[in-house]
Ligand binder design. Structure first.
Ligand code: C2E
Ligand code: MG
Ligand code: MG
Ligand code: MG
Length: 290
């Protein structure tokens, strides 16, 4: 499918030789195992902001800086990790890394905002998923409001009654859910209505180049989401014009390069400290509002 095709073209960029299909996948599997063992994966964090630039949350995004293969895109290594089952230990590693990062920020006296962690379908379908999450947060002494879980429509709709059970257990423990890449999975908001979902993340294909004249579908999604008690996050906002339209449509939050790329913790910290993306420690990326 799409991500897979994207992965192949990325692989051509990152590998000096030709893409070798399964042979290349095997190299990536070996690299994932090696980096899990060595603890050399990294987590970057992208701010999720109000349209005014105030930071309301972060998304944790895994990075794979391999010493010889170079930096491999998640579009390549996440599908390989899913197919090989390695996404289970890898996903657990991300969650633990996020928990220890939150504790570090707490120690530094930085203001804490919820961190959203991506959960793949395989991980979510483990029989002990909800207790694993709760136990991990407990063992790091992290309040459940500080970790949100991102699931795709496909993940939650694959086996609705089991998914609902797991989500309700976690929700009862104070954990919030977001639906990632909303709009790409052919589901309707109606099917998600019964689930404890706090946020919809509108896929960036809906955001790209949005104008007042082309905003009907997004306007409808936002008002329906609001009627169902969900907040809407627009993904992949890059342009000032897109931000203006989304603001007009009452979109709750914005995630995209217009505010910040995903950043390593050290580079994120000044933004976290100020609670805003447009802080004087960086070059503004668009003229300050007057
Ligand atoms: P996602 O969860 O939808 O994450 C958002 C992706 O959009 C990230 O790509 C982010 O860098 C990118 N993005 C954010 N703002 C912009 C923008 O303004 N313009 C453009 N063009 N892109 C933007 P990234 O980091 O390459 O991750 C890709 C996907 O890999 C993620 O999509 C997610 O599905 C998966 N992924 C990343 N980390 C993890 C993880 O820890 N676990 C799992 N299961 N999946 C992960
Ligand atoms: Mg996500
Ligand atoms: Mg997304
Ligand atoms: Mg996406």
């Amino acid at each position: 499918w799409e991500a897979r095709k994207l992965g192949v073209s990325h692989a051509l960029r990152f590998h000096s030789d030709h893409y070798q299909g399964e042979a290349d996948d095997l190299r990536i599997v070996a690299a994932i195992e090696e980096m899990l063992e060595a603890g050399t994966f990294e987590v970057h964090y992208q701010p999720v902001c109000r349209p005014t630039g105030e930071i309301m949350g972060l998304e944790a995004l895994l990075r794979m800086p391999h010493p010889t293969l170079g930096s491999i895109s998640p579009a390549i290594f996440i599908p390989v990790a899913e197919e090989s089952g390695l996404i289970i230990p890898l996903g657990q590693w991300v969650l633990e890394r996020v928990c220890s990062q939150i504790n570090q920020w707490k120690q530094q006296g930085l203001p804490l905002v919820p961190v959203a962690v991506n959960i793949s379908g395989l991980q979510f379908r483990q029989s002990d998923f909800s207790s694993r999450i709760v136990n991990t947060l407990d063992s790091f002494n992290i309040p459940s409001r500080l970790v949100h879980l991102e699931l795709t429509e496909t993940t939650v709709l694959r086996n609705i009654s089991d998914a609902l059970d797991e989500m309700q257990k976690l929700s009862a423990n104070g954990i919030h859910f977001s639906i990632d890449d909303f709009g790409t999975g052919y589901s309707s908001l109606g099917r998600l209505q019964e689930m404890p979902i706090s946020m919809l993340k509108l896929d960036r294909s809906f955001v790209r180049g949005i104008t007042p004249a082309s905003s009907m579908v997004v306007a409808a999604i936002i008002s329906l989401a609001h009627a169902l008690g969900m907040k809407v996050i627009a993904e992949g906002v890059e342009e000032e014009s897109e931000l203006q339209v989304l603001r007009q449509l009452d979109c709750d939050m914005i995630q995209g390069f217009i505010f910040s790329k995903p950043l390593p913790p050290r580079m994120l910290e000044p933004l976290l400290y100020h609670g805003r993306c447009d802080v004087p420690t960086r070059m503004p990326i668009w003229p300050a509002e007057v």
